[in-house]
Design a protein. Structure first.
Length: 336
């Protein structure tokens, strides 16, 4: 038993340290690469308080650093939420947007565009819409006081479809704000600003820590609620609490980035392929890998046709769809 614990701890440390190094490299690349390239020497000089050109300092502090931090929050948050939903619902195709949360958030955002409100109210409307859907799905998805995976999924899909229909209706009457609305529907990080990061990043990090501390219980829940209860786990509380925390993370993310697809679906699968199915490793590893992945995807989005920019959600879909198909084919070929 002690040997198994030491092996798990050693594996955990190797995985986490490796992913932290990857994240550090990604952050450096995210700050350095763009329409104006910034050298490593300039970065070191800036962060050691040496004299640096004012334009370089403004590019880093006002544009690139907030964008990289937002990518960490969005990519890490979506990946953790995806890993948790897949564990709770015992469905490998579960992902953060399948429960209708994104549709509620997008409905709120596009309503603010339609009313001509500022971005602060866009965030507020988007988060409010997401939260309304979270609790609506939570209320309707319960059976005997506990979340029922199949009921929860079907409820989320139906509510998501309802709000998607409302979104299409609003788009038909919009004029000047259509381009912004389309960027929101595809997913975009260009709305980034340090004022957004200060709000969203703590929500995502604190929520992810709560979910990490519950990760051992997710392992037990895979045995079934009755078995988990016999082993002393309050299955109802763990499911309900984890669903609400994960959903609030997604709501916070959608309020600043719109719908960035495939991150929460793809990253947990890649992590499990590399490290196995132990959620004690999968949850933190998903956060770190998801953060690095979205930083890299955003670098591609803003440089591939520079100085113009592609919504990062288009890049994650273009990269994620074929990789996910490959992973599915590989998994089923192994089973055969």
């Amino acid at each position: 038993m002690a040997a198994d614990k030491q092996l798990t701890l050693a594996k955990f440390l190797i995985v986490i340290i490796s992913l932290l190094i990857l994240l550090a490299v990604s952050i450096t690349a995210g700050i350095s690469i763009g329409s104006v390239d910034i050298s490593i020497k300039q970065l070191i000089a800036l962060f050691t308080y040496e004299e640096v050109d004012d334009s370089v300092a403004r590019i880093i502090y006002d544009i690139r650093l907030p964008r990289v931090l937002l990518a960490i929050a969005v990519g890490g948050g979506l990946s953790v939420a995806g890993a948790v939903f897949q564990a709770l619902l015992m469905n490998p195709l579960a992902e953060p947007y399948i429960l209708g949360i994104s549709s509620g958030g997008t409905f709120g955002a596009i309503l603010s565009f339609l009313l001509g409100l500022t971005f602060f109210y866009t965030q507020l409307f988007a988060f409010t819409g997401a939260v309304i859907v979270v609790f609506l799905v939570f209320y309707l998805g319960q059976r005997f006081g506990e979340l029922e995976p199949n009921v929860l999924l079907l409820t989320g899909v139906m509510i998501g479809a309802f709000f998607s229909a409302l979104i299409l209706l609003m788009l038909t009457v919009m004029e000047d704000s259509v381009r912004t609305a389309v960027f929101w529907l595809i997913g975009n990080l260009s709305f980034s600003g340090m004022e957004n990061v200060i709000i969203v990043l703590p929500v995502v990090v604190i929520g992810s820590l709560f979910l990490f501390f519950l990760s051992q219980k997710f392992n037990v829940l895979t045995l079934g609620s009755s078995t988990a209860s016999q082993l002393g786990i309050n299955a109802g509380f763990v499911k309900n609490f984890s669903y609400i925390v994960s959903s609030l993370i997604v709501g916070a993310v959608v309020s600043v980035s719109g719908i960035i697809g495939f991150v929460g679906l793809l990253i947990p699968h890649i992590v499990r392929l590399i490290v196995g199915v132990d959620n004690r490793i999968v949850v933190p590893a998903s956060f770190l890998l998801g953060a690095s992945y979205l930083i890299i995807a955003d670098i591609i989005a803003r440089t591939i046709i520079s100085p113009a920019e592609i919504p990062v959600g288009a890049i994650t879909a273009l990269l994620g769809a074929p990789v996910f198909i490959y992973l599915l084919r590989r998994r089923f070929s192994i089973i055969k």
